[in-house]
Design a protein around this ligand. Structure first.
Ligand code: TRP
Length: 448
């Protein structure tokens, strides 16, 4: 008997946990603000609905119908065709994306854990005069010390492998059952804190939501599509693996819609949590790690109960990362376990060790201990670019094309569950044509 989710709700919770992650908290608010606020949000919603969702449904459908790991799913479902071997190869290639992403995700997740420690030990209490310099140094020193980075990365990987090794019910479900409600509570808490202690909430809402179509470019559209893949956790086989553990009676379309809506909601709320604090202290909304690890602490250091608020915020960030990372280990561990006849626990540990080693290489690249300059980027940025702008869109489009064109109509309709034939046509059009077109735009603009 295969391990299975105990209900549709638990699947939705786990998949939402996988979707809601670092991407929602530090990436989305910034790119939305930069690319024209509400105008970008509209494009982003379009990208989620027309590209992200169809691919998400495709992945879950393949997993559910194939009822095994990625390689076997693609292989089984294409059994009757001449392209059978090709699809099996696609399955194996699909292991690269989660591997690369996890090796970096764990390092950044380690930063979040480090900052929980900082908040708890009063290190986020900066001298009043030069808070910006203090936090710049604090983060700079962390990133430049391989020992410290490696230690937190190791802790993060240990937690991740512990969850995955516990299996679907004993690990993942037990984790998300209490961490996801906890996450939503903390998020509402931080949003309320910003709304109550600052008078910049309205300005933050405007920055994030009022549409400025002038700031919208072709680049914004590409950013929106690329981020749709990352934030919904599609293109790496993660949702395929989660979908393969679905029990019989599940409404795939409703479940996937809930996941996408919750993920988007969290992204918007994260913006409404972060920007009031940033604006209230006259700070600049900067990109990525800079925003949460160097800018935001300046605000916390100057706010009432800022240390406690900082602790809550970084706990929130750590939880977001910890409910996402298992979804990256799962597809590889699952494949190794089922194809190699290994117990899941051992497969998870073996894969985690390899990912851990790759993460250590990232740690050294980050700290500048060896300057690997590839195509003008360091290893960390290069892997990030490779994963989000190339591997995920390619993986996603492969799953979408497979689900749309290789799975017979009746089987697909049965797998989608209760959505009916009308929805199947709509979904197949999106997965079979619209999503591939979107990916083509991303890849082509990436090349030129
Ligand atoms: N979606 C997560 C985030 O927003 C990251 C993530 C987890 C992911 N699992 C994934 C991205 C699988 C791509 C594929 O932070």
């Amino acid at each position: 008997m295969r391990d299975r989710w105990s209900s549709q709700l638990l699947f939705v919770l786990a998949a939402t946990g996988a979707a809601v992650g670092l991407g929602n908290v530090w990436k989305f608010p910034y790119i939305a603000g930069e690319n024209g606020g509400g105008a970008f949000v509209l494009v982003y919603l379009g990208a989620i609905a027309l590209v992200g969702m169809p691919v998400l449904i495709a992945e879950v459908l393949i997993g559910r119908l194939g009822d095994r790991n990625i390689v076997d799913c693609l292989s089984r479902l294409s059994q009757a065709t001449r392209t059978h071997r090709l699809w099996r190869a696609v399955g194996w290639l699909g292991m690269i994306a989660p591997f690369v992403i996890l090796s970096m995700y764990s390092v950044v997740g380690g930063w979040a854990l480090t900052y929980v420690g900082y908040a708890a030990t009063g290190k986020l209490d900066a001298p009043a005069g030069d808070a910006a310099g203090y936090f710049g140094n604090l983060f700079g020193e962390l990133v430049a010390s391989p020992g410290e980075l490696a230690a937190w990365h190791t802790l993060f990987m240990c937690l991740t492998v512990w969850i995955v090794a516990g299996g679907v019910r004993g690990g993942l479900e037990r984790l998300v059952r209490w961490l996801m409600p906890c996450f939503f509570l903390l998020l509402v808490g931080v949003v309320s804190y910003g709304a109550l202690t600052t008078d910049t909430f309205a300005r933050a809402a405007r920055f994030l939501l009022s549409p400025n179509f002038d700031a919208l470019t072709v680049g914004s559209v590409v950013t929106a599509i690329g981020h749709a893949f990352f934030t919904l956790s599609v293109g790496a086989g993660a949702m395929l693996a989660y979908g393969s553990y679905l029990p019989r009676k599940v409404r795939v379309v409703q479940a996937c819609t809930t996941i996408a809506v919750l993920d988007t909601l969290v992204a918007l709320l994260a913006g409404l949590a972060i920007f009031p604090l940033v604006f209230a202290h006259g700070l600049e909304p900067s990109a990525g790690p800079g925003l949460v690890f160097t800018t935001l602490p300046i605000a916390f250091a100057q706010m009432p109960a800022g240390q406690a608020a900082g602790l809550v915020f970084f706990a929130l960030l750590s939880i977001a990362a910890l409910t996402s990372s298992p979804s990256l280990l799962e597809p590889i561990a699952q494949t190794l376990s089922e194809r190699g006849g290994l117990p899941k626990r051992r497969a998870a540990v073996a894969v985690a060790l390899l990912v851990w080693a790759a993460g250590i290489v990232q740690v050294f690249a980050l700290s500048g201990r060896f300057d690997l300059d590839l195509f003008g980027r360091n290893l960390f940025d290069l892997s990030d670019h490779l994963a989000s702008n190339i591997l995920l869109p390619l993986g996603g489009v492969a799953f979408a094309l497979f689900a749309a064109w290789m799975i017979p109509r009746d089987k697909a309709i049965g797998g989608l569950g209760s959505a009916g034939a009308g929805f199947h046509r709509l979904w197949r059009f999106a997965a079979g044509y619209v999503a591939p077109a979107g990916v083509a735009i991303v890849l082509l603009t990436g090349l030129f």
